[in-house]
Ligand binder design. Structure first.
Ligand code: ADP
Length: 259
């Protein structure tokens, strides 16, 4: 038996409990919705290259008389699509592992000069082929505590974009240390990013409208991986861009000093 006062207290307690519980569930609900969105976006992205492959294979199957030479264009498209699929699956795996905290960083003393040098080296041929001048001004001993493989991946993502979204001109890579941090700049003279798109370029699957249908465009996952790698090194990134003029990515990674 409880009196009217007791009943009011019980109702208040139940309401308060419900209120607190619903508040506690909001982040879980949000995380769940984000996860659902991720799965749905990922499936959509996987479907596109798969349907290109299917259509081309069906056409080839219908014309067995055609030679490999005659079908070389289709084969080349299919090879591009399989490459795209492979990259997409790798990126999805990286993000899924990161989300489930299975991606441990292996931090050691690393020299950013060597990492950037090897990334620049890897892109030299492609730049030359596109007629783009790729230059690097790298301080020789910029050491930080970091994961060498992940940092390599970070610079590949930003460099790959610089090259993808630049038709002519130059790409400059710059590395300096200033006491507590290493500063890296990757600047291109490419298509640039519209002001309204700038806050969204690090979102998963985001692609600016004008690159959405370009052949060289990726899945929009690269920069979300780049952002995670920078944050996992307690660093920061700042992007400046002028449409049709170019883009500069400024990355700051703490712990940089010249020994
Ligand atoms: P994507 O795989 O499409 O390159 P990212 O996540 O790496 O995806 O980049 C997201 C979007 O940011 C790109 O689709 C493009 O619109 C824009 N972007 C990134 N880097 C550059 C750049 N250097 N110049 C112009 N646009 C860029």
């Amino acid at each position: 038996f409880i009196g009217a006062g007791g009943l009011v207290s019980v109702i208040i307690a139940v309401l308060a409990g419900y209120f607190l519980a619903s508040r506690a569930f909001v982040p879980i609900q949000k995380a769940w919705e984000q996860q659902q969105q991720f799965v749905s976006d990922a499936s959509h992205e996987l479907r596109t290259p798969l349907s290109v492959l299917r259509i081309h294979l069906e056409q080839m199957f219908r014309h067995p008389e055609r030679t490999v030479e005659q079908e070389s264009r289709k084969i080349s498209v299919m090879l591009d699509e399989t490459q795209r699929l492979g990259k997409l699956v790798d990126d999805l795996l990286t993000l899924a592992r990161k989300d489930s905290s299975q991606m441990e960083l292996l931090k050691t003393r690393v020299n950013l000069h060597d990492i950037l040098q090897s990334v620049v080296h890897g892109f030299q041929d492609m730049a030359r082929l596109k007629g783009i001048e790729l230059t690097a001004d790298l301080e020789p001993h910029a050491e930080i505590q970091g994961d060498a493989d992940r940092l390599h991946q970070l610079f590949v993502i930003v460099m790959d974009n610089a090259l993808k979204y630049t038709k002519q001109g130059e790409i400059k890579v710059w590395l300096k240390t200033d006491g507590a941090a290493a500063q890296i700049e990757i600047a291109d003279t490419g298509i640039g990013i519209a002001e309204e798109d700038l806050p969204r370029i690090f979102d998963r699957f985001f692609r600016a409208d004008k690159v959405r249908n370009r052949k060289e465009g990726g899945s929009g996952l690269g920069l979300s991986i780049a952002k995670w790698i920078i944050e996992a090194h307690e660093g920061s990134v700042y992007v400046e861009s002028v449409p049709e003029r170019g883009t500069v990515f400024r990355i700051s990674l703490p712990g940089g000093k010249t020994p």
